[in-house]
Design a protein around this ligand. Structure first.
Ligand code: FAD
Ligand code: EGU
Length: 471
């Protein structure tokens, strides 16, 4: 890499491995600081490719992600291409729809198109004169000693490239991370959950959205769940979450329809019987993995961000948001330590690991919670309890999803606060229950009931038992 005559610039070369959501955003952050940035991405340029295959089609963008986009001047552009979702819409089996707002008026999350967001970020990164995008570059391995990376291209050729800093943004199955695994005192855990997911498209009906657009539609059915997010082209992308075992039990078109008739009957006319039969078998269900590791860096040479550092299950809508926030946190520490990488990288791990672990745990916790007993009634009930408590004690009780989704409260602080709130609430309940018990005891002593009226005659009791056994 020759140094072109382009005025004063730093010698430090930053290699961003992975040109996905976090990699392309991170390239902007490093380019803005004036580093020489090289992005290496295994795929072809998605802005030219005709078919983009990838993971989920749309995503929920919330406060943390927006703040990161704002740092590189991309917030407005991305927001203008997103669809606000002001509330969830809970669909019960009977087809009843109940909205639950995310917060006050004007508090909303955004449904954004993954491919479009990625394209915009690549274009933004490329606009910096000190950034170069290298597509069709697959990282094979690299050396922590020399900083040399080995790439393979589609034509089989190899390239060996050196960088001062390697930023691993290559996703949940990170090749950059592989080198971490060989080192002593590196912690690593990965868990596949028994659920898979499948995406189904709900087309517009008479040129209009098939359901209300400004909602995150949810069909909670204990072990099954479906979620739908709106797209700009007036379609919805429905994501069905279900244990792999159950996906495998459905093998014929008729079984698909039967399954939907039983659990998601209101969606059949909206998706359409034929579309449903076709889409269900188009792609097999996809797996979901949770990855935690620490530290997130090696010396002053390499740092992991985004899914490469913390793949989380999607049950909080935070994977991308957390990855985007990684970029802000790193940037803040760069300011604090004057871009001295030997100080910045350890500090980044120290500060960020607890938060990345916290969001991975929260997402997993919510997965377990949802599949255990969350049907539409329970979901409505829980959210209502939260908002009632918040209404009466707005300074004391803040719902967990609010802290996670609408603030930049550090994830691990949000968890601590949530646990504290639960204690306060349980304590409150205990006091009320004790009060109620003491109160009733007092009233009973004051007005003793007629014992004879309380004892149920044996014959009546027998009738009850028979009735119970028959039911
Ligand atoms: P990726 O998006 O995986 O990008 C990694 C990039 O690296 C890719 O472009 C890949 O081609 C490239 N790469 C991989 N290996 C190499 C290599 N060896 N050499 C070179 N390049 C390589 N998050 C949210 O915030 N909100 C949501 O609503 C949401 N919903 C989700 C729903 C589902 C079903 C799933 C599965 C995830 C969801 N997420 C959501 C999470 C989100 O998709 C991820 O957190 C996000 O994509 C992570 O971005 P990333 O750039 O770190 O990784
Ligand atoms: C899952 C898959 C509702 C997109 C968690 C809420 C999600 C998303 C929720 C997917 C749920 C679950 C929250 C948001 C969001 C809710 C949240 C989950 C977007 C606790 C495209 N989750 N998701 N919680 O509160 O905080 O609405 O695939 F069903 S956005 Cl599982 Cl806020």
């Amino acid at each position: 890499m020759e140094e072109p005559a382009r005025g004063p610039r730093k010698k430090t070369v930053v290699a961003v491995v992975g040109g996905g959501l976090v990699g392309s955003l991170n390239a902007c952050f490093f380019a803005k600081r004036g580093f020489d940035v090289e992005v290496f991405e295994i795929r072809e340029d998605i802005r030219q490719a005709k078919i983009v295959r990838g993971r989920s089609i749309n995503l929920a963008l919330s406060h943390r992600g927006r703040q990161a986009l704002k740092h590189v001047g991309m917030e407005e552009k991305v927001v203008s291409q997103g669809i606000p979702m002001n509330a969830r819409m809970i669909h019960s089996i009977s087809g009843k729809q109940s909205p639950i707002p995310y917060g006050k008026k004007g508090q909303y999350i955004l449904s954004v198109d993954r491919a479009n967001l990625n394209k915009e970020l690549l274009t933004a990164a490329e606009a910096y004169p000190n950034t170069k995008l290298n597509f069709d570059h697959k990282l094979q391995d690299w050396s922590a000693e020399t900083g040399q990376m080995n790439f393979v291209r589609l034509d089989g050729s190899k390239e060996h490239i050196k960088a001062d800093l390697i930023v691993g943004c290559d996703g949940a199955f990170s090749a950059v991370r592989k080198q971490f695994l060989r080192r002593s005192r590196f912690n690593y855990s990965q868990t596949y959950i028994p659920h898979g997911y499948m995406e189904l498209t709900m087309l517009p009906i008479n040129g209009e959205f098939a359901m209300k657009p400004n909602y995150l539609h949810i069909w909670p059915r204990n072990t099954f769940m479906m979620i739908a997010l709106p797209n700009l082209d007036k379609t919805f992308t429905c994501t069905l979450f279900m244990p792999f075992d159950d996906f495998e039990k459905i093998t014929t078109e008729d079984e698909v329809i039967k399954f939907f008739q039983e659990y998601f009957p209101d969606t059949i006319p909206l998706i359409g019987v034929d579309t449903l039969k076709r889409d269900y078998f188009r792609l097999p269900a996809q797996a979901m993995v949770s990855v935690k590791c620490s530290p997130h860096h090696i010396h002053d040479k390499c740092v992991l961000m985004g899914d490469a550092a913390h793949a989380v299950v999607p049950f909080y809508g935070q994977g991308m948001n957390a990855g985007f926030e990684d970029c802000i946190v790193f940037d803040e520490i760069m300011n604090q330590f004057n871009e001295d990488l030997s100080a910045v990288l350890p500090e980044y791990s120290r500060v960020r690991v607890p938060d990345d672990h916290a969001i991975a745990d929260l997402a997993m916790y919510n997965y377990v919670e949802m599949r255990a007993h969350v049907n539409s009634k329970w979901f409505l009930f829980r959210q209502q309890v939260d908002s009632i408590l918040h209404f009466f004690m707005p300074k004391t009780i803040i719902p967990l999803y609010t802290m996670v989704t609408f603030t930049r409260t550090r994830y691990h602080k949000a968890v601590e606060r949530w646990q504290w709130q639960n204690k306060v609430v349980n304590h409150g309940l205990l006091i009320s229950a004790t009060g109620a018990a003491v109160g009733s005891a007092y009233l009973l002593i004051k007005n003793p009931p007629n014992i004879n009226k309380l004892i149920i005659p044996a014959e009546k009791m027998w009738n009850r038992i028979v009735a119970f056994r028959a039911s």
